[in-house]
Design a protein around this ligand. Structure first.
Ligand code: BGC
Length: 799
């Protein structure tokens, strides 16, 4: 009889595997156990079979008993992802990878049906849900909305909108049966050429932390998890596994600060350790980072996973003890190493138990565990609408001479630049989302009713097609990490520009950064425009100026590029980013004024790469890089050391203008445990618009030197009609204005006068107030960990 049941169970599993769906362990064990809701072992009889019931994972309270019932092999497997290794539910043997529940999802955890533990599914981020768009044996497509990347979302300065994108992402995750998103990325954009900066929000930790928390709350309030990544100091791609030497102060104030805010404000289900080492210890092996800071200082409640393939060549015992819960995507060798370590007495099983408990605490909250069934039909129309709004709101108007923009609806337009033909909506590597469609700029402008110079566009089409057919520029199959899409030189438009300027009202030049590789950093050349691009700008500018007509540049880029040498040749510049599937429509919305631009820069656009404080050091040598600029990252450097950027942090124009008034603080500037900053913003222009308002604080130097100013709060007004005002209010508490004192290992506030600067950008300050701190104060003492192992030659304004 027992044999017969086992056979039946095997058959059931075979069907499940064949259908590409692993039967959740709960189902099978429900069939086995008469009392599946109880986790206490009992002897039951079912179908005449004597069966010793094992504890079942039914809720958080059942976890301890479930862990106690696990074999060592099950424990070892439970902390190893199931992509290439899993436990045979029938005979308990270790076998090859579990069948993938969602094709194209990056990973899956172990299912242990015997204990009622289902596999949960993990998929990338951060531009939407990354899964395969097709599946064998069906014509159905599995597309997902390609939302704007975090740098575009941050450019909106609109926390509600970012939350909405989180909610919409959660809907798509649920529709596809995914439990945990491997996003958002939230490293600091401290180094301009980092090839993954587009996956991150900002050079500023407050913007990064708040935007991450909004996104995470949007997703998780809807029952799906997020994984904030990559923890920590993963600010370049070149030395992916390199050692990053960073001072404790720069870590706490810049590189960890965003993570701290996100953990405290949104309780993410998971965190992904970075590949690199910090001050001599790999992130995955770093107990100071994963336990002392993450869990003890901040109270993190989720679990930590390695980045992909990262756990392989690290010390597995050290990683487990440090607080890395899950090795992704997982392999057999890891399972064996863990089992050996326990058997040899090198790993106390209690660490394994602790780590499993933290994983299962999350498993019981997942849609899969709760029996949610994938519909495979997300609301892509709703996604597209939101993606378009977020893309347009994230676009930044950098220049608008003589009100060249917005364009009138019936204008005729000539489009210059190969990116008009090869659409760059962004998204590579983990951000490679298979969207149902992508709207290029010509299509978007056409959709908006503008008349396009078709003849010129056709010439570009032929030009691109012919070049791509040559050996030099042909595309060869790339992979996840490497793009083999050589950047095209621009077409010579000396003659075309003259004709176009005679026949059309406006010239639009689209400029892109290179097709990125994701596996490496951007090249320095990618910051500067090529000769052929500069010549195109010259030619178009000369021709249109001759006719007294405007030229607009659209920057279809993933990060800053050089603008200072050519910006006087154009009348308007729109930073369109590479904002996902709705690129063309969103660009058109901004150009035509359907959307009044309200985006502002979350990252400084420097005049020249060479003037950046790390230009001669980045990306480091011998697998080592030292963060010598210390806390002076981005605008903190520019404002403190008097360096004029091309476009400063927080900058962005509008088709209307805003006045700032009544900037003041309460309590006559006496700070108790908090202070409130007030400002009134009025739309003084002719069209409705929104303004991103920024509150900076300039703290007095004391024992610690301080940057000239630091962002401490921000908001975005509602849509203000001309003449309308909004009263704004920002609360600052002691922690908000504290600096990190390494000697005390504490956040401290030093006595003196603090300037409050309310502005439209980091240099366009519109109103000031001040408050006093009467005595030095320790706000919070934290673990004294993560000290550098070498002497760092730190940049200081006192030298
Ligand atoms: C990336 C992660 C990503 C993972 C899974 C890694 O190469 O660094 O950001 O989530 O792959 O695709």
């Amino acid at each position: 009889m027992l044999k017969k049941w086992k056979k039946k169970k095997r058959k059931l599993l075979a069907i499940a595997l064949a259908s590409g769906l692993m039967l959740s362990g709960v189902n099978i064990d429900l069939a086995l156990a008469s009392n599946a809701n109880s986790n206490s072992p009992a002897t039951v009889t079912q179908q005449g079979v004597e069966q010793q019931q094992v504890p079942q994972l039914v809720d958080a309270a059942s976890i301890d008993a479930v862990i106690a019932a696990m074999t060592l092999q099950e424990k070892a497997a439970m902390v190893v992802g199931a992509n290439t290794v899993s436990i045979d539910p029938v005979n308990g043997e270790i076998i090859g990878g579990q069948s993938r529940k969602v094709p194209g999802a990056a990973g899956q955890t172990q299912s242990i049906p015997r204990l009622g533990i289902p596999a949960i599914v993990l998929a990338d981020g951060p531009m939407g849900v990354r899964i395969d768009p097709t599946r064998p044996g069906t014509d159905q497509t599995f597309h997902a909305t390609k939302f704007p990347s975090p740098n575009v979302l941050a450019s909106t300065w609109d926390t509600e909108l970012v939350n909405d994108v989180g909610v919409a992402t959660a809907d798509e995750l649920k529709a596809y049966g995914i439990d945990l998103l491997l996003a958002p990325g939230m490293n600091i954009q401290s180094y301009l050429l980092n090839g993954r900066n587009y996956e991150y929000f900002s050079e500023d930790p407050l913007v990064t932390g708040i935007m991450t928390a909004e996104f995470v709350n949007g997703v998780q309030d809807n029952g799906v998890g997020t994984t904030i990544k990559h923890f920590a100091a993963y600010n370049q791609r070149e030395l992916n596994n390199g050692n990053m030497n960073v001072s404790q102060r720069a870590l706490r104030e810049i590189y960890l600060k965003g993570f701290e805010i996100a953990v405290k404000e949104s309780d993410p289900w998971a965190i992904m350790d970075s590949y690199n080492a910090i001050n001599g210890t790999y992130a995955t092996e770093n107990k100071d980072l994963l336990t002392s800071v993450l869990r003890e200082d901040w109270g993190f409640n989720g679990f930590a996973m390695t980045d992909w393939e990262n756990g392989n060549n690290r010390d597995i015992v050290k990683q487990i003890m440090a607080g890395t819960n899950l090795f992704m995507p997982g392999n057999l060798d890891q399972v064996n190493r863990i089992m050996d370590a326990v058997k040899d007495g090198n790993l106390n099983e209690k660490y394994l138990d602790r780590n499993i408990k933290e994983i299962l605490n999350i498993v019981v909250q997942t849609p899969t565990f709760k029996g949610h069934v994938a519909t495979n039909s997300p609301d892509l129309e709703a996604g597209a609408k939101l993606a378009r709004q977020a893309a347009a709101d994230g676009m930044v108007l950098l220049k608008n001479e003589a009100k060249a923009l917005p364009l009138k609806g019936d204008m005729s337009v000539s489009l210059f630049g190969t990116p008009n033909i090869e659409t760059m909506t962004g998204g590579r590597g983990s951000a490679l989302v298979y969207a149902p469609y992508q709207i290029g700029i010509p299509e978007g402008l056409q959709n908006s009713g503008l008349m396009i110079n078709e003849e010129l566009l056709a010439k570009y089409e032929t030009y691109v097609e012919e070049l791509r057919a040559t050996d030099e520029y042909k595309q060869t199959p790339g992979n996840f990490f490497v793009s083999t899409f050589p950047t095209l030189p621009e077409m010579d438009v000396t003659e075309e520009a003259v004709a176009a300027a005679e026949n059309t009202d406006v010239g639009i030049i689209v400029l892109s950064t290179e097709f990125g590789t994701y596996g490496s950093d951007r090249s320095k050349n990618d910051f500067y425009l090529s000769e052929s691009k500069l010549k195109m700008i010259e030619d178009v500018s000369a021709a249109y100026r001759e006719q007294g007509k405007p030229v607009i540049a659209i920057l279809n880029v993933e990060g800053p590029l050089e603008t200072a040498s050519w910006e006087d040749k154009v009348d308007g510049i729109v930073l369109g980013w590479q904002p996902g599937q709705e690129l063309g429509n969103a660009v058109a919305d901004v150009l035509t004024g359907k959307v009044n631009p309200s985006g502002k820069l979350p990252q400084t656009f420097p005049v020249d790469y060479a003037e950046l404080p790390y230009a001669d050091r980045y990306p480091g040598v011998n697998n080592e890089f030292t963060y010598e600029e210390d806390i002076y990252v981005g605008y903190r450097y520019n404002t403190t050391f008097g360096l004029e950027p091309a476009y400063e942090f927080g900058y962005g124009l509008s088709y209307t203008t805003f006045d700032y008034d009544k900037v003041r603080v309460n309590r006559n500037g006496q700070f108790k445990d908090r202070i409130t900053v007030f400002a009134t913003v009025e739309n003084t222009g002719e069209v409705a618009g929104r303004e991103a308002v920024q509150v900076y604080v300039s703290a007095p130097d004391g024992k610690l030197e301080k940057p000239e100013l630091e962002l401490k709060a921000f908001t975005k007004t509602k849509e203000l009609e001309p003449g309308k005002k909004e009263n704004l209010k920002f609360d600052l508490d002691l922690k908000d204005i504290a600096s990190f004192d390494e000697e005390k290992s504490a956040w401290i506030v030093e006595k003196g006068t603090y300037e409050v600067l309310v502005g439209a950008s980091s240099t366009d300050i519109r109103g000031t107030a001040s408050f006093k701190i009467e005595k030095d104060m320790v706000v919070e003492t934290v673990n004294d960990v993560l000290a550098p192992q070498i002497e760092i030659d730190r940049l200081s304004k006192l030298n």
